[in-house]
Write a protein that binds this ligand. Structure first.
Ligand SMILES: [Zn+2]
Length: 269
């Protein structure tokens, strides 16, 4: 995802020596253009780190490491992490372009989900209801409908809990057993160990080279860059991906390297 940075003058430098603990979700209750211009207008004395538009664009107005002014006044809060200090210091604020009660568009939801994942990963934030909150949890009186009933908390927490939901699930059938694969960039990937075992092959993990070897091999093992993996068999070197602490390999090139055919069964999902 692309993030467009437009600096707002409404922020304080740094985080007051606090660590980023939580995400606060908001709605703009108006257009993205209006929100962006208001949150970048010094008169408003308000800002947010991010704004996600209905088209699914992401704007950033304040750097994560600086304090945005989005939490407003604390009024009858319902939030265990509130410790009496200014919530702006330890939260990231995300605005969503929507009118009161309006649901996010699908593109907007996906962009916001991506942004939540990105922030959660970067600051090691637990994906739970204490650490990802609506503005109404800070001000339950005047911000009762921020982000409002159209904001799909259930779906957000479900998706955040399930790392595989960022790729569509797909079934790979090797007569038996069935392996669950993932569609990544239009290619079907499977966990390399499961796939190799289904094809009755042994696998060896070479930590120093970040390589999965399916013997016999007749090529030198290259070192894969950090965060990635090579699957080596015969004279083939197939780049795989590390996902969920597992090495995933594109099914077709691996199967073909092992002399197997891949038949795509369109009838089944
Ligand atoms: Zn708000």
């Amino acid at each position: 995802m692309e993030v467009t940075f437009i600096q707002s003058p409404n922020y304080s430098r740094g985080r007051h020596n606090r660590r980023i603990l939580a995400i606060v979700d908001h709605i703009t209750a108006g257009s993205a253009e209006g929100a962006l211009s208001w949150l970048c207008n010094p008169i408003s004395k308000a800002s947010a780190h991010y704004l996600v538009t209905r088209k699914g664009e992401i704007f950033q107005m304040v750097k994560d490491e600086d304090t945005a002014w989005h939490a407003g006044i604390v009024n009858k809060p319902d939030w265990t992490l509130y410790d009496g200090s200014n919530p702006n210091y330890y939260t990231v604020g995300i605005e969503h372009e929507a009118l009161g009660g309006q649901a996010l568009t699908e593109a907007q939801y996906q962009a916001s989900l991506w942004l939540h994942r990105h922030i959660i990963e970067k600051y090691n934030i637990p994906a739970d209801r204490d650490h990802i909150i609506g503005h109404y949890r800070i001000d339950s009186v005047n911000r009762q409908h921020d982000p409002g009933p159209g904001f799909s908390w259930e779906r957000l927490f479900k998706d955040l809990a399930d790392p595989a939901s960022q790729y569509p699930a797909i079934k790979i059938k090797i007569t038996k057993p069935e392996i669950h694969g993932l569609l990544i960039n239009n290619q079907v990937y499977a966990p390399v160990r499961k796939l190799a075992e289904a094809l009755e092959k042994e696998v060896e993990w070479h930590e120093d080279m970040r390589a999965v070897i399916i013997p016999p091999i007749n090529t030198t093992i290259p070192a894969a860059p950090p965060g990635s993996v090579n699957i080596v068999t015969g004279s083939s070197i197939i780049p795989g991906v590390i996902y969920n602490n597992t090495s995933w390999v594109p099914v077709r090139p691996l199967a073909e390297s092992l002399g197997r055919k891949v038949i795509w069964d369109n009838k089944k999902p």
